[in-house]
Design a protein around this ligand. Structure first.
Ligand code: MV4
Length: 484
């Protein structure tokens, strides 16, 4: 839907592809044409590059936008597009290959004078080599899959005694997940923040950094809230990270949208982690603070246009927050909660954007990631964006399925989040703290919680939306004047 919207704004016609479980999806409805790929499993539909290229040939499509998942970082698919004389809206396959291997990307970081986490820049040949590197850089260390990403095949190791078993476990997990068991080793960065730089490059050596996004609020490697700018990135840190990211991209002859991920420690040291060679899900917060449309830019670059902007013309204004709304059950370990959406009342009003591709009557399928929507609040300051998001979440009503909307309310009211005291372990700690508080609750509190949950469940099941005097999430925080 995001790509179709940009195409139609630019007067471009669109062809959608879909699997059996997406026959009634919104992108199928809105594209000018739509073609079935196959059954629900992605391996038989959205990962079938051959079928997608056949549809491109039959419809006379000039270009393919690969989206954010599936084939978007698949260099073989990018190459197959070129071979079929179809433009792949993304980087060249060569750049994807160079950055897709984490060890090659670390070598490229060194060549580009980009700070990276200390450790090996080639695959480890044996446990003995791992032990040698680990004792050089000092424990704790992290074993990672060279072909990996996203936390799979990754093991923290605190002492040499644990290294051999972690090496075996990470290696076999990497082999299962990525088809390669090759590992490398890094110094473990404690309590890091996840901050990433958005890049956009044209075919003529032009490359811009479009500021950063902070994505530290995540659970089990799934991002939950993203924001731009980061509360801890000064103008000088942004310039250093941005210029390093641009050097890396230029050294890889990178073209189109990309993101360079960093870990930032408590002393504001930044370390290159990896580069994502696609447009990312959380790109809207960058669009809000830069005033740019990243998909329009991707399309123009793919048509061979130059960027037409200088770095000094990129100005950041205001603050944007994004909440990823998922069909999942926070009361049941965040299990996916697919099913029929019986009611959908979406927030609106000043400073909001919602990138959403579901509607009332749609059945959220079990087959894919259960993300429903990305709600973005934009305001002059971080505090105002948080309060605006709280207001929007209060307006939101989704019936028929469980969602994580209530979780956002708790995060946005949390004093650590409001003070931007966040790192990649923040959300897990908040959830642990809440679980401990429930354990310790006195019976009166339990009764009040039960009553509030009952009232909320009644409200959810009511056949019509009735005006309610109190916030769905309870009035407690409001009355204590926590909000500005
Ligand atoms: C790390 C790290 C600490 N030290 N590397 C997790 C996913 C993968 N892309 C890299 N990850 C990490 N690498 C070193 N040397 C901590 C993480 C990490 C993390 C990174 C980004 C966002 C969320 C995270 C959650 C847990 C661990």
């Amino acid at each position: 839907m995001r790509v179709i919207r940009a195409c139609h704004e630019m007067g471009l016609r669109t062809v959608a592809v879909y699997s059996d479980s997406d026959r009634a999806a919104l992108h199928v409805l809105h594209a000018d044409e739509a073609y079935r790929l196959g059954p629900a499993p992605a391996t038989e539909s959205y990962l079938r590059g051959d079928l997608i290229l056949e549809i491109a040939r039959r419809t006379g499509a000039d270009a393919i936008h690969p989206g954010y998942g599936f084939l978007s970082e698949n260099a073989d698919f990018a190459e197959a597009c070129v071979a079929a004389s179809v433009i792949f809206i993304g980087p060249p396959a060569s750049a994807m290959r160079m950055l897709g291997s984490k060890t090659r990307a670390r070598q490229a970081a060194d060549a580009a004078a980009m700070p990276r986490v200390p450790g090996s820049v080639t695959g480890l040949g044996s446990v003995e080599e791992a032990l040698r590197v680990a004792s050089e850089i000092g424990y704790p260390v992290m074993l990672k899959a060279a072909a990996g990403g996203g936390g799979k095949g990754m093991r923290a190791v605190v002492s040499p005694e644990e290294l051999a078993s972690a090496y075996a476990a990470a290696g076999s997990e990497a082999l299962r997940s990525f088809g390669s068991g090759e590992l490398y080793l890094e110094k473990l960065i404690e309590r890091p923040r996840h901050i990433e730089i958005q890049l956009m490059a044209d075919e003529y050596g032009g490359c811009l950094y479009l500021g950063e996004r902070e994505c530290s609020v995540q659970r089990r490697h799934q991002k939950v809230i993203e924001e731009a700018p980061s509360a801890v990135v000064s103008d000088s840190l942004r310039r250093r990270m941005g210029e390093a990211a641009v050097r890396l991209a230029l050294s890889a002859a990178y073209v189109n949208a990309g993101t360079v991920e960093f870990l930032v420690d408590a002393e504001e040291n930044f370390y290159f982690l990896e580069m994502n060679t696609r447009l990312q899900v959380e790109h809207p917060v960058t669009e809000m603070v830069t005033g740019l449309d990243l998909v329009h830019m991707q399309l123009r670059i793919a048509m061979g246009e130059p960027l037409g902007l200088k770095q000094e013309e990129i100005r950041l204004r205001g603050h944007a927050l994004e909440c990823r709304i998922y069909a999942e059950d926070p009361e049941n370990n965040f299990f996916p909660s697919p099913g029929l959406i019986t009611r959908l009342v979406q927030p609106a009003g000043p400073g909001l954007r919602e990138d959403c591709a579901v509607y009332e009557g749609w059945v959220v399928p079990l087959d894919y990631d259960p993300m429903l929507s990305k709600l973005v609040a934009f305001a002059p300051t971080r505090e105002m964006a948080i309060d605006r998001m709280l207001r929007a979440l209060d307006e939101y009503a989704i019936g028929g399925i469980k969602t994580n909307i209530g979780l956002f309310h708790r995060i946005l009211m949390d004093e650590d989040f409001r003070a931007a005291r966040i790192d990649t372990g923040y959300l897990e700690r908040l959830l642990d703290r809440e679980a401990a508080a429930v354990e310790a609750a006195v019976p009166e509190d339990a009764a009040a919680v039960a009553a509030a949950l009952f009232a909320a469940s009644v409200a959810e099941k009511a056949p019509i939306v009735e005006p309610v005097r109190e916030s769905k999430w309870g009035a407690a925080g409001r009355q204590e004047g926590v909000r500005s």
